[in-house]
Design a protein around this ligand. Structure first.
Ligand code: BG6
Ligand code: MG
Length: 218
């Protein structure tokens, strides 16, 4: 029997929290006189909270004291949590549940590999926590994507070799992390942005059970 490790990013893959991160970061940036575009926001996807704020400050040519930095991260998260607290299972992206159930029925190993420190509460909110054998999130890593640490820890916990793991990711940094980890990278989003992935699909509705089976059989 073939057993592969399937590692899912959370934000922008399982649920569309990317839009909430964007809103919360832009609110915060605007409050300190910085603005940024949707194109720049692509660079924040998959990136840790600390790295995101560093990038935003760099775009605005701003340097601040560490105490203010900590306060801004806290404020952004408080704002973000207001969106998260309203979430329920209706926010699971199309066909994510079908893909998870297909893999579970096929006895595949499934983990979450997210940069977010809010990953567990979000999975609980949308009632998907029980689908994951292992969860690696922003509380477990020391190096943020594009470093492969999050996915390598996931593979280790699943007890599957990195070459036998498949990563679903919506961010440039996450695809890079999966590629460096020697895993099969599957981009969820646009080919223009995620061209460096092994495969790219607009969303999970384009990922057939036959395609999943071909990954398992490889
Ligand atoms: C990633 C998001 O999943 O998590 C990033 O794509 C976010 O946008 C990062 O900055 C950290 O999330 P959190 O919830 O810990 O602030
Ligand atoms: Mg993501």
């Amino acid at each position: 029997m073939n057993k592969k490790g399937f590692i899912f990013d959370l934000d922008g893959v399982i649920v569309d929290t990317a839009k909430y991160h964007f809103l919360a970061w832009r609110n915060l940036a605007n409050s300190i006189g910085i603005d940024f575009t949707h194109e720049q926001n692509e660079q924040l996807k998959g990136v840790s909270r600390i790295k995101s704020l560093e990038k935003i400050l760099a775009w605005g040519n701003k340097t601040i004291l560490d105490t203010e930095f900590q306060q801004l991260m806290h404020d952004k998260n408080e704002d973000y949590l207001q969106y998260i607290n309203k979430m329920d299972a209706s926010e699971i992206l199309p066909d994510v549940s079908r893909v998870l159930d297909f893999l579970i029925e096929g006895n595949q190993a499934i983990a979450l590999g997210s940069a977010s420190k809010n990953a567990r509460p979000i999975l609980e909110k949308v009632d998907l926590l029980s689908k994951f054998e292992e969860i690696v999130d922003g509380n477990d890593v020391t190096k943020a994507k594009p470093d492969p640490e999050v996915f390598l820890i996931g593979a280790k916990l699943l007890n599957i070799n990195p070459e036998d793991c498949i990563v679903f990711e919506d961010s440039v940094a996450g695809i890079e992390a999966a590629n460096v980890a020697n895993m099969i990278s599957i981009g969820i989003g646009s080919k223009n942005v995620l061209g460096h992935a092994n495969h790219v699909f607009k969303d999970f509705t384009e990922i057939s059970n036959e395609f999943l089976q071909s990954l398992i059989d490889k």
